[in-house]
Design a protein around this ligand. Structure first.
Ligand code: CA
Length: 234
């Protein structure tokens, strides 16, 4: 498992590197956003630990760019922030981070989160067979692809990441069911989840961008105020 560490504070970068390498992970380290983009392309890491505040291009921009590039290789992104209130900003921008961590951190907890994220990836490769159809969508569980039917004669294949695919499949399997955030997390990642529950909002926002004709008025993935989300395809 390869991890890319992006952190401009050299001492912190070194601590992270040491504690992950001690656990057997292979790490690359860089200290600014441009190098992060370049190393991502060269090394194809499984997971990126990304500080938000970087000189030049900040962590949010790096995250957005990586999400735009990666389709085949969709790394997990764990963002580091020194202030809890920044988490709302990250979620609001729906940059596609998988987890957030507020500094100062304990090396042991950071390693636990990294392990939890990487286990999600291993698990996501299982559970494949058959096809699910609704009025507007076909999900091929074997090919891992989702098609949206535009009208009787035309359809388009949606370009979903592996976590978006899992979320979409779960929602579509249970039309009309209202899910709380915690229930979605439990179903998607089980005990491997270790982080902020609101992270699910980011995944929903990214998924809506790809499946909804209009994200300002979601037709399929609806918000249930005070509870969570549901999928409808009427
Ligand atoms: Ca920093």
């Amino acid at each position: 498992m390869k991890i890319l560490i992006v952190e401009d504070e050299l001492e912190i970068a070194e601590i992270i590197q040491e504690c992950l390498e001690a656990e057997g992970f292979s790490c690359d380290v860089c200290h600014d956003g441009q190098s992060a983009i370049q190393l991502f392309a060269e090394q194809q890491p499984d997971l990126i630990i990304l500080d938000i505040r970087l000189p030049g291009m900040d962590g949010l921009e790096v995250c957005t760019q990586i999400r735009q590039k990666s389709v085949a290789n969709d790394p997990y992104i764990l963002m580091l922030t020194s202030r809890g209130e920044e988490i709302d900003r990250i979620i609001g921008l729906s940059t596609g981070a998988d987890d957030y961590y507020i500094k100062p951190f304990s090396p042991r907890e950071l390693v636990a989160r990294v392990r939890a994220l990487l286990r999600r990836r291993l698990r996501s490769s299982g559970d494949r067979s058959g096809t699910i159809r609704t009025k507007s969508f076909t999900i091929d569980l074997e090919q891992h692809c989702v098609t949206r039917h535009l009208d009787a004669d035309s359809a388009e294949e949606l370009d979903l990441s592996s976590s978006e695919f899992k979320l979409m499949t779960l929602l579509v399997k249970h039309p009309g069911r209202v899910w709380e955030r915690g229930q979605l997390i439990e179903k998607l990642w089980g005990d491997d989840f270790f982080g902020e529950e609101r992270v699910i909002d980011t995944h929903i926002a990214r998924l809506r961008k790809k499946v909804e004709p209009s994200t300002s008025k979601p037709k399929f993935i609806q918000t249930v105020v005070g509870v969570g989300y549901k999928f409808e395809d009427l």
